[in-house]
Design a protein around this ligand. Structure first.
Ligand SMILES: NC(=O)c1ccc[n+]([C@@H]2O[C@H](COP(=O)([O-])OP(=O)(O)OC[C@H]3O[C@@H](n4cnc5c(N)ncnc54)[C@H](OP(=O)(O)O)[C@@H]3O)[C@@H](O)[C@H]2O)c1
Length: 228
């Protein structure tokens, strides 16, 4: 059974993934700015995801998942330097710090896997997504770069969802009209459920032993199909 560390553990996708893994006998340690999430095997509360703020953990870690993300959609000319920086800090710098912090623990495992979160907007151009697409594009490049650098000891993969029903996306699905409009924008005419992403998180941590450097598009076909 594996020991997994989830950074950004309050995420709806994180909690769903933790429930799935713990019900299969794994241990999942949650690290969050929030306390008492009532899902995890153990919890650590932190103020942010800097290298110095993350808790020291002893022994091997079989998997690390970095969940924090943002959806800050605005016309390009209105996005401030501070907003670009904030999105980059939450999406990318926190991931870098988390990987650097737990690299020694991951190296002690015989099946170490790191899972990062991108977005459909990294590879598919979408209006108003400039800031998030830059950050998630960096996550995809980081995934491939580290997959190469650590190929013989740690697998690195990323998941790129489209709109999934979580607090992050609430403003796009908060009324029946918005929900229906969001559904209609997807080839499968639905918004993703956190449980559908959790299955992929579990697969990448436990089963995908011959996969590294991959970006998995879990998006109802939004990035790969078009109607004619
Ligand atoms: N939901 C979607 O439609 C969608 C689509 C594409 C990609 N994604 C990606 O999926 C991942 C998980 O998101 P989710 O949908 O599960 O969202 P969620 O339930 O709303 O969770 C938000 C996440 O962001 C973190 N966070 C929020 N504000 C932060 C801040 N100021 N500083 C640091 N961390 C902050 C939270 O960490 P704490 O535990 O510390 O609160 C939590 O991990 C994200 O990387 C997101 O970009 C989601």
């Amino acid at each position: 059974m594996g020991i997994f560390v989830f950074v950004g553990a309050s995420s709806a996708i994180a909690k769903c993934s933790a429930q799935l893994l713990i019900s299969s006998g794994h241990e999942v340690i949650g690290i969050s700015r929030n306390a008492n999430l009532a899902v995890y095997t153990a919890e650590h509360q932190v103020t942010n995801y800097d290298l110095t703020a993350l808790p020291q953990l002893e022994g091997p870690i079989d998997g690390l998942v970095y969940f924090p993300g943002t959806i800050n959609l605005k016309p390009f000319h209105r996005i401030t330097k501070e907003e670009f920086r904030s999105d980059f800090e939450i999406n990318v710098e926190g991931a870098i710090a988390s990987i650097q912090k737990y690299l020694p623990n991951l190296k002690l495992s015989h099946n170490a896997s790191v899972v990062l979160f991108s977005s459909v907007a990294a590879q598919t151009g979408m209006p108003f997504h400039a800031s998030i697409s830059i950050s998630k594009g960096a996550i995809e490049s980081l995934t491939k770069s580290l997959a190469s650098e650590y190929a013989s000891i740690i697998r690195f993969n990323a998941i790129a969802p489209s709109l999934t029903h979580t607090p992050l996306s609430e403003k796009f699905v908060s009324t029946p009209e918005k929900l229906e409009a969001s559904r209609q924008r997807n080839p499968m005419k639905k918004v993703g459920d956190p449980s559908e992403i959790a299955e992929v998180v579990s697969f990448l941590l436990n089963k995908a032993t011959w996969m590294t450097g991959e970006i998995l598009h879990v998006d109802g076909g939004l990035s790969s199909t078009r109607s004619i």
